[in-house]
Ligand binder design. Structure first.
Ligand code: B1M
Length: 211
């Protein structure tokens, strides 16, 4: 294994963005394919940090700085990936449901999905239900991710699931999460998957997409 790949993975895990960007540059200068840099260093780095987050070994700030380091490397890599015709494995639309302005958890989920090579279209907060349908259609998304942080916006999540189901989007799977959301609520409203945190959202996304 190229030592710079190992160092890049460690830099991502530690959130050392300057080192991560410099190592990404070196790897590209050495002639490494951009997709190999993503798959052999960035994705494993984010996956390690996600697993540590699940075990409460690191917390939100560490996740954010790791994601920021990855994002800066992606600025270098993305144009090369696009030029090489490399497409992300899956496309997702994400947003916080109508009436709800909380976005820190939703942003973490979006970052982890990007870290797992998903194309993510972030609709922001207070997203009207129809917007999820429009965006899923526009981007050909296979996954719609709904976040809610308030008990008072859980009905908006229920409504969003109903409207997405009623739209002619047979391939779309729906993932839900947020502090007041539970597996029971997910089952009750007919979503495809629930996850309690951003790291397991990636596992759940892969699971529902392969079902
Ligand atoms: Co608000 N707020 N807030 N707030 N706020 C809570 C949620 C609250 C629990 C605080 C409290 O009373 N103890 C409470 C809700 C109570 C309830 O509904 N039962 C509350 C309230 C009441 C309110 C207001 C109504 C207050 C008021 O104005 N009277 C108001 C509502 C505004 C609105 O949305 N319309 C309000 C406003 C705000 C701020 C704007 C000030 C700010 C939000 C800033 C922002 O997001 N940009 C804010 C904040 C910061 C909080 C707390 C303190 C922190 C939330 C947070 O970011 N947590 C929160 C109390 C708390 O949680 N301790 C609180 C960190 C984040 C990483 O966790 O978002 O849970 P979380 O995300 C996790 C998981 O839930 C999961 O993964 C994430 C990472 O592991 N997850 C998903 C989230 N989405 C997912 C989607 C998935 C999968 C997993 O799949 C799609």
């Amino acid at each position: 294994m190229n030592q710079n790949l190992t160092l890049l993975q460690s830099a991502i895990e530690a959130g050392k963005r300057k080192d991560a960007v410099a190592l990404t540059r070196s790897l590209l200068d050495e002639g490494m394919a951009p997709l190999d840099v993503v798959e052999q260093a960035l994705v494993p780095g984010m996956s390690v940090i996600g697993e540590k987050f699940k075990r409460n070994e690191v917390f939100v700030p560490e996740m954010l700085i790791a994601a920021r380091a990855m994002k800066e490397c992606m600025v270098l890599l993305e144009p090369l990936l696009v030029a090489a015709g490399v497409k992300p494995k899956h496309t997702a639309v994400i947003g916080t449901v109508q009436g709800d302005l909380h976005d820190i958890g939703k942003n973490l989920v979006a970052m982890m999905l990007k870290g797992a090579n998903f194309a993510v279209h972030d609709l922001g907060t207070n997203v009207p239900t129809e917007k999820f349908v429009e965006a899923a259609r526009e981007h050909g998304a296979e996954l719609v991710c709904l976040s809610a942080l308030l008990t008072t916006t859980m009905p908006a999540m229920r409504e969003a699931v109903g409207v997405i189901r009623a739209a002619a989007l047979p391939k779309v799977k729906i993932l839900v999460g947020g502090a007041p959301i539970t597996q029971e609520f997910c089952n009750e409203i007919g979503a495809d998957g629930y996850s309690p945190d951003a790291a397991s959202a990636v596992d759940k996304a892969k699971e529902v997409l392969s079902a």
